[in-house]
Ligand binder design. Structure first.
Ligand SMILES: CCCCC/C=C/CC(=O)SCCNC(=O)CCNC(=O)[C@H](O)C(C)(C)COP(=O)(O)OP(=O)(O)OC[C@H]1O[C@@H](n2cnc3c(N)ncnc32)[C@H](O)[C@@H]1OP(=O)(O)O
Length: 393
């Protein structure tokens, strides 16, 4: 259970009882319950806590543990561990100290506590225009800001930039930071020969204590938040597709404002091959962009498009020869970033607001369908096939 709250630092920190006992007590601001946290807020907080870069200290970790147990299981009725079982006793004490605190209040307090920890770690995240400055250390992304352009680079080149669970969360955070920074344009691109090979097929191997159903549920929540952060992104968002793109990295392109591609790029959504169904709002955006018949070929039959074909079908704005791709695209983007900032931002919002509600509804529906699909034999067999034989699609 501790692993689920904060895998690395939590396990590490609770290893030594002296560490647990030795930490000074921390003033926790558990404000009154202004609002009730929903189950979704709670699950988001569970995901967010894994991303804290700074170890919050044992006192806070025990508090998180206790609130989690209270929120999910209610008051502590476990037998008290022996006095020499320091770690479990510290955890038991923290949980027991919550007495009869209602589950909903514990859930709200957990969400508040995680939010206060996250905002303190994000407060140093503002970027200045005109500087080339790393915004924040991410494990799977490089984020820089220069000439009014925030660039989010997917950075797992040895895995073809496949998106693992942490990377989904980091992209959500990077988009949030970019929407609040002073940049004018935001760009997503990939490091290495691939733009992105889509969902990391090993994601489903990390099964939580609740089993595969719980994993599917968590994945659906994460997917909805991930796609939601693209739907709500307030500034012009541009994809610089440097190489092949697969799965969710393709579907999400329908939510970008412009897509520039190298002629080396391909666009492939092999959902049926993997027993999956479309996400990223593609079930709505693709038929709208390219017409239902062409969308069917991509989303249902898994037809892989060249960059030229994707451009002809309206998914890509323009294709450049790979040899001059970076130079031409960045020259153009720098010119666009000099256009009046507010006019561009407001224009984007006017266009997006026309269908924001619809996109969120589509996202919710796709995520819920996918939650079921993840548990299907078709999907599990495809993932096992990839993992065991490294089958190429
Ligand atoms: C929150 C959950 C939301 C769920 C949302 C659902 C989304 C659906 C999708 O995104 S569907 C698309 C899923 N992606 C794939 O099916 C791609 C699988 N990968 C491949 O087919 C191939 O690896 C390749 C075509 C991308 C590249 O082939 P190539 O022969 O050039 O290279 P390798 O196969 O040797 O790959 C190098 C290493 O990268 C690892 N890798 C590549 N893609 C993925 C991936 N999607 N998931 C996990 N790992 C991936 C590959 O295993 C190699 O690793 P290794 O060197 O350690 O063996």
């Amino acid at each position: 259970m501790v692993a689920r709250l904060a895998p690395r630092w939590c396990l590490r920190a609770l290893r030594s009882p002296l560490q647990v006992i030795g930490f000074p007590s921390l003033q926790l601001h558990m404000s009154g319950i202004a609002m009730r946290a929903s189950q979704e807020d709670f699950e988001n907080a569970l995901n967010q806590v894994k991303l804290l870069k700074k170890d919050p200290g044992n006192e806070v970790k025990l508090k998180l543990y206790a609130l989690y147990k209270q929120a999910t299981e209610g008051p502590c009725n476990m037998p008290k561990p022996g006095v020499f079982d320091f770690i479990n006793k510290a955890k038991w004490d923290a949980w027991d100290a919550l007495g009869n605190l209602p589950k909903e209040t514990a859930r709200q307090n957990y969400v508040d506590l995680v939010s206060s920890l996250s905002s303190s770690s994000e407060s140093s995240n503002q970027v200045q225009p005109g500087t080339d400055r790393k915004q924040q250390e991410y494990e799977n992304l490089v984020v820089t800001s220069e000439d009014g352009i925030t660039k989010i680079t997917l950075n797992r080149p040895t895995k073809k930039n496949a998106i693992n669970t942490q990377m989904y969360q980091e992209i959500i955070l990077a988009l949030k930071a970019a929407s609040n920074d002073d940049s004018i344009l935001t760009v997503v691109t990939g490091n290495g020969d691939y733009y992105c090979s889509g969902n990391d097929l090993t994601n489903f191997m990390d099964i939580p204590p609740g089993g595969v159903e719980e994993k599917a549920k968590q994945s659906a929540v994460l997917l909805r938040d991930f796609v939601g952060s693209f739907i709500d992104f307030p500034k012009p968002l541009i994809a610089v597709v440097n190489g092949p793109a697969m799965g969710i990295s393709v579907t999400i392109l329908g939510l970008f404002d412009a897509v520039y591609a190298s002629d080396r790029a391909t666009f492939h959504t092999p959902f049926s091959h993997l027993g999956l169904t479309p996400e990223g709002c593609a079930s709505y955006t693709f038929p709208k962009i390219m017409g239902p018949a062409k969308a069917t070929e991509m989303l249902i039959f898994g037809k892989k498009l060249t960059a030229g074909e994707a451009c002809a079908q309206g998914l890509v704005t323009e294709v450049f020869p790979d040899s001059t791709f970076q130079k031409e695209v960045w020259t153009r983007l720098k010119a666009y970033s000099k256009l009046p900032k507010n006019a561009m931002k407001i224009s984007k919002q006017v266009i997006r607001n026309m269908e924001k509600e619809k996109l969120h509804a589509v996202n919710a529906e796709e995520s819920s369908v996918l939650q079921e699909r993840c548990l299907s034999d078709e999907c599990i067999n495809a993932a096992v096939n990839f993992l065991s034989k490294r089958a190429k699609l």
